[in-house]
Design a protein around this ligand. Structure first.
Ligand code: SAH
Length: 218
């Protein structure tokens, strides 16, 4: 795993960490990794100045980088049962959530349907020397069966319903975190695989861009 230099924007990063603590993020590993990863490197130069504000921001291709609080909440929920070995992310986008996961999980796989974003994220993550991740251009509603089963799956786009393929790729006690609902508001669900039955917990109300079928080529 790479050690990332937190020296840039130190003040703004510490303020962000204080905000996340006030909003209820308690997991020290999560707070530590958010302090370490340079979020400004995942944003277009025009809005990189807002990188350490606790807001979602626009990235290319009409997509968004998630709000740091939501990234922290999802990562904290994923880690509740301890360190994870094999994690799948659906919706690489900027690669920011992938980078966060890379520091708290052993292997991270991430799928993105828009080729341009997939390629940009590949470059960003390589520049940060993050090498325990594998990215793929594809439709994440099918998961990534070749590397399954996963002890954690995070979906960072809003689904109308829970994709069956993702449930099938969970280990026993594996956790799926996914926003499910209508276009402008979704429930962030934590679903745990209890040997064929699924325990569902509602974590929060969130707004994500939609999970779409198929792929877009550049
Ligand atoms: N985790 C990202 C959030 C990006 S927004 C980040 O930290 O920046 C959600 C992303 O999900 C978008 O890039 C969108 O193109 C992607 N997406 C939507 N439907 C998808 C699908 N079926 N498979 C893979 N990616 C998908």
């Amino acid at each position: 795993m790479s050690i990332i230099d937190p020296s840039q924007n130190q003040q703004a990063r510490l303020q962000l960490i204080e905000q996340l603590k006030r909003k209820g993020i308690r997991n020290l590993a999560v707070l530590d990794v958010i302090a370490k990863i340079p979020r400004h490197k995942f944003l277009p130069t025009t809005n990189a100045i807002y990188a350490y504000e606790d807001h979602a921001q626009a990235i290319d291709c009409g997509q968004t980088i998630s709000q740091p609080f939501v990234v922290a909440l999802m990562t904290q929920a994923l880690l509740e049962s301890g360190t994870l070995e094999n994690v799948l992310e659906i919706g690489t986008g900027s690669g920011y959530q992938t980078a966060i996961l890379s520091q708290v999980c052993q292997h991270v796989y991430s799928v993105e349907r828009i080729e341009t974003l997939h390629q940009q994220a590949q470059v960003t993550l390589e520049n940060l020397n993050i090498n325990n991740i594998k990215l793929r251009h594809g439709d994440g509603t099918q998961g990534w069966p070749e590397h399954a089963p996963y002890d954690g799956i995070i979906v960072t786009a809003a689904a109308k319903e829970i994709p069956e393929a993702l449930l099938e790729q969970l280990t026993i006690d594996g956790r799926l975190i996914i926003p499910v609902g209508r276009q402008y508001v979704q429930d962030l669900l934590l679903i745990t695989n209890k040997a064929g039955s699924y325990v569902i917990k509602n974590l929060d109300s969130v707004v994500f861009v939609p999970l779409l079928p198929g792929i877009e080529k550049s």
